[in-house]
Design a protein around this ligand. Structure first.
Ligand code: CA
Length: 104
């Protein structure tokens, strides 16, 4: 009976180890730069990554909260592993900046 209990505990430990081995490993974070300074999109922003212009490089699309509720587009001029961004432009529809509301 004791052997069986110990065997179950060992099996559980192996299962947990296998699950952790499949998790991604993350490196330390670093600040992104845009236009020669830190990329700053204010508080409560909502960033996502997408290849907006289909050039094969991942761009940064950010819903901005502070003041405008507009959506900023930072086109990646570098590579996906070392992105380089210039100043942003707002995403437009029919020549008008899209706004999502700033939420308060
Ligand atoms: Ca792109």
């Amino acid at each position: 009976m004791r052997t069986r209990v110990g065997g179950m505990a060992l099996a559980t430990g192996l299962a947990v180890t296998a699950a952790w081995a499949d998790l991604p490993r993350l490196e330390d974070g670093r600040r992104l730069a845009a236009g020669g300074g830190d990329l700053d999109v204010g508080t409560y922003s909502a960033p996502t990554v997408a290849d907006w212009n289909n050039d094969g490089r991942k761009d940064l699309v950010v819903g901005m909260h502070e003041g405008t509720g507009k959506i900023a587009l930072f086109l990646n001029q570098g590579a996906d592993f070392a992105p380089e961004f210039n100043a942003y432009t707002y995403i437009e529809s029919a020549g008008v900046d899209i706004t999502t509301g700033s939420g308060g």
